[in-house]
Ligand binder design. Structure first.
Ligand code: MN
Length: 410
């Protein structure tokens, strides 16, 4: 145990008793109720602190280091010189997380401690303390990776189609003007990826999946910020050179969610009226990104139509600005006669008008899908208001359509 330094108060009391007892060690020790050796030790400490004279008493925490007297011709004391130094360090405190392993002391001839070495080692870790430290470190941590686990028990006979329609990335909406939510590149990235993640989490565990880009994923097709066809000026958040790479990031992020959940994934991107040139870049970018992934196929067909046969199902997709919805069943039958002939359940997906519609003609269903974005100033002024959703459509190779998943954005 570390020794507490003797207080000046105790020493002064000892000196007083010692002087009153005519400097008798035996009497003083008896009166103080201490051993002679203790008395001797106290007097030595008192002397070092200058309490017994003839030098001035040391200040608290100091002791006499050197004392000298200059003697005159007649043997009288001419002057006295006293040097003081700190009486040694304060109490040693064990650092947090450490415990005392051992101690060594250096004493002088009088047994007074002149130096002390305290050996410490790291204390044994308290598991509860470790747990609380780890918990603290992760406070406020938001996981970047999705809560989607690679599945081992896929439904071998099922397919999920995830249409990505009308992101109009780069579109800018100011709530004060549109009476709807604010929208810009940053908000779009967050809302689109979070919604799509939820959609994938909710989808059934089909072995196969298709990411179907239905066009107008970009709002502007160049730095001119006009619609490529009619040249209408658009409200654009930022530079084309910034928006296109951001769109590729968002699509890759969405594709990664799908790649995690499903075993075999295809992606195909159809051009919209807003982004015919950018769609070529998106296809090329994705194709290059996944060129070494054997579970991922990016189809780079420049056709405005997507075709897919899956068991009894025939599926088709196109942006919706070209072929009319009512004509799509006929187009499916004419362009892909064999697929049409062997199918029993036919479905076509479109975007473009940003609101939901499902029409059926001659047994073929044609879906027009909502966009996941709010209205811009022009659509708002025209009163073109629609709800916002992202979808997944599910098919069984023998049973046809098995329903859909939808996440609404409110
Ligand atoms: Mn469009």
């Amino acid at each position: 145990m570390p020794t507490r330094p003797l207080s000046n108060e105790v020493l002064q009391k000892t000196i007083d008793v010692y002087i009153a007892s005519m400097r008798s060690w035996t009497d003083s020790a008896k009166k103080l109720g201490i051993a002679r050796s203790t008395l001797e030790h106290r007097l030595k400490v008192a002397k070092r602190r200058g309490m017994l004279g003839p030098m001035p008493k040391a200040l608290d925490g100091f002791e006499v280091k050197e004392y000298s007297e200059q003697i005159g011709k007649n043997g009288e004391v001419k002057s006295r010189s006293t040097k003081y130094s700190p009486e040694g360090g304060g109490q040693f405190e064990v650092p947090d997380g450490y415990k005392i392993k051992g101690e060594s002391v250096l004493t002088d001839a009088d047994g007074q401690i002149r130096a002390r070495w305290v050996k410490t080692k790291e204390g044994e870790e308290d598991p509860l303390q470790v747990a609380s430290v780890v918990r603290g470190a992760f406070e406020g941590f938001v996981a970047k990776s999705p809560n989607i686990w690679r599945l081992k028990d896929h439904d071998e006979d099922s397919l999920t189609v995830y249409p990505l329609a009308d992101f109009h990335l780069g579109m800018f909406a100011w709530s004060k003007e549109t009476e709807g939510p604010d929208w810009d590149l940053k908000i779009a990235e967050r809302v689109l990826t979070e919604t799509f993640q939820e959609l994938v989490e909710r989808a059934p565990k089909s072995r196969k999946a298709v990411i179907l880009g239905l066009g107008d994923l970009m709002h502007a097709d160049s730095h001119k910020n006009q619609t490529p066809g009619s040249g209408n000026i658009m409200d654009v958040d930022t530079r084309y050179q910034k928006v296109l790479p951001k769109l590729c990031d968002i699509i890759i992020q969405c594709t990664e969610f799908v790649r995690h959940k499903h075993a075999e994934v295809e992606a195909e991107f159809k051009a919209g009226n807003h982004d015919p040139a950018s769609t070529v870049a998106i296809r090329t970018g994705l194709d290059l990104y996944y060129r070494n992934d054997k579970h991922m196929t990016v189809n780079t067909s420049p056709s405005p139509f997507w075709w897919h046969g899956f068991g009894v199902n025939m599926l088709c997709g196109t942006h919706g600005d070209g072929a009319k919805i009512k004509d799509l069943p006929g187009i499916m039958a004419s362009y892909k006669r064999e697929m049409w002939g062997s199918s029993k359940s036919c479905h076509a997906f479109t975007g473009h008008v940003h609101h939901e519609l499902c029409t059926e003609k001659d047994g073929t269903r044609v879906y027009s899908l909502r966009a996941p974005i709010p209205s811009d100033a022009w659509h708002s002024a025209e009163g073109y208001l629609s709800g916002r959703s992202m979808y997944g459509f599910h098919f069984h190779k023998d049973k046809g359509s098995t329903g859909r998943s939808e996440v609404e954005i409110l």
